[in-house]
Design a protein around this ligand. Structure first.
Ligand code: DGL
Length: 262
């Protein structure tokens, strides 16, 4: 039987990509994973493109050294700054992420679509291309939310702290004017429930995590590189920022997996 039992690498600037890893562990239980979170250098979304490229290359090198068979760039910001560069430089299969604007547009009913993402994701060329492809006939509001990255990265996600940020982000939009919110940063999946409560259930929230994992599965299937193991795969988490970020990442993974299974 064909197959490849090497692990799949996941990369993010910090803990955000754990939200994508949770989907992967659930959807591809026989695969093993190595997660590399560059929490020492997070956040990426307020750095220069050159800085993000250099940091992303270093992190991807570390994953390649672990012998991974594919890498998911579980970070919209790193994808927008570096995906072409990574594909030129590394021979391993690389899957990127972008805000799930197409999904929001396809399932849109009325009103505006807000994209909540990092400043870099929203101003880079890749987002303009995405807008030109799918967003032109709709009212799209860009909301850069760098402080929300920091809140999640430090696990400062009490309802008070989050609602104060949401007040800032959404105060200039009349109630009911936003129909859907695209979570264009993987960190923000961890505040999805708080957003639903903030809007009292009146908006739709869209993200690209499941689509990314379906794409990963299809890519590995086409390459005949899905694991042939029938056992549950292993998950290794490596955070560059030390013990605190390691603990937060492991806690997010554990609670994400239990919540979804429960
Ligand atoms: N998690 C990252 C993303 O999806 C960005 C966070 C950061 O600014 O470092 O864009």
């Amino acid at each position: 039987m064909n197959g490849n039992n090497q692990p799949i690498g996941f990369f993010d600037s910090g803990v955000g990509g754990i939200s994508v890893l949770i989907e992967a562990v659930r959807g591809l239980p026989h695969e093993s994973f190595v997660y590399w979170g560059d929490s020492l250098n997070a956040p990426y979304g307020v750095k220069t493109v050159n800085e993000v490229q250099a940091l992303t290359i270093k992190s991807v090198e570390a994953l390649v050294d672990k012998g991974v068979k594919a890498i998911v760039i579980a970070c919209n910001t790193a994808t927008s700054a570096s995906i072409e560069l990574l594909r030129e430089r590394f021979h391993v299969q690389i899957i990127g992420m972008e805000p799930a604007l197409k999904l929001a547009v396809d399932t849109h009913i009325q009103g505006a679509i807000a994209v909540l993402a990092t400043p870099m994701t929203l101003k880079e060329r890749k987002f303009e291309q995405l807008m030109a492809r799918v967003g032109l006939s709709h009212e799209i509001i860009r909301i850069p939310a760098p402080a929300l990255v920091l809140a999640v990265e430090s696990n400062n996600v009490s309802e008070d702290a989050l609602f104060a940020l949401f007040d800032q982000y959404f105060e200039s939009y009349a109630q009911g004017s936003i129909d859907s919110i695209v979570l264009g940063c993987t960190h923000f999946i961890f505040v999805k429930e708080a957003l639903i409560r903030y809007f009292k259930g009146s908006i739709r929230i869209v993200d690209g995590n499941q689509g990314t994992i379906r794409h990963l599965e299809k890519t590995l299937m086409d390459l005949q590189a899905l694991s042939s193991s029938e056992d549950k795969g292993a998950v290794e988490i490596m955070m560059t920022g030390g013990a605190t970020s390691q603990r937060i990442a492991e806690e997010f993974l554990r609670s994400g997996l239990t919540q979804k299974e429960g």
